[in-house]
Design a protein around this ligand. Structure first.
Ligand code: HEC
Length: 101
């Protein structure tokens, strides 16, 4: 398997674990492998750096990945990340990302 496939497989496993509460910091733990502990990285070398993005902007992106109205060439990767998140989870993780620096 290519490294990228291993990464995606590992993340698919992580992504399938259920989130019990709308805990932004807790939800963000599933994002750090690609986006960095402080959201300081370009995920897989492709995304924008989302550190400090306004919560509204993150919510628009995440809901858009969910319903297919947002994203670039790798939006399929993000769809897998957000499909299982509730609106409350999305709002909580967005509020958390806004605080990162
Ligand atoms: C498997 C790696 C991976 C994981 C895990 C991941 N992302 Fe992403 N993320 C990406 C990639 C790749 C993109 C760019 C997708 C595209 O082409 O639109 C992206 C894009 C984004 C964007 C929009 C940035 C832009 O370029 O417009 C946001 C916001 C985002 N991710 C948030 C999250 C959050 C929140 C989580 C955790 C719930 C998460 N991501 C988990 C890889 C990942």
């Amino acid at each position: 398997m290519k490294t990228i496939q291993k990464v995606l497989l590992a993340l698919a496993v992580v992504g399938s674990m259920s989130v019990v509460s709308a805990d932004g910091a807790g939800t963000f733990k599933k994002c750090t492998a690609c986006h960095g502990a402080k959201a300081e990285k370009k995920a897989l070398g492709k995304s924008a750096i989302i550190q400090g993005w306004k919560a509204d902007k993150v919510v628009t992106a995440l809901k858009g990945y969910k319903d297919g109205t947002y994203g670039g060439a790798m939006k399929g990767v993000m769809k897998g990340q957000v499909l299982h998140l509730s609106d409350a989870d999305i709002e909580a993780v967005a509020a958390y990302i806004e605080t990162l620096k």
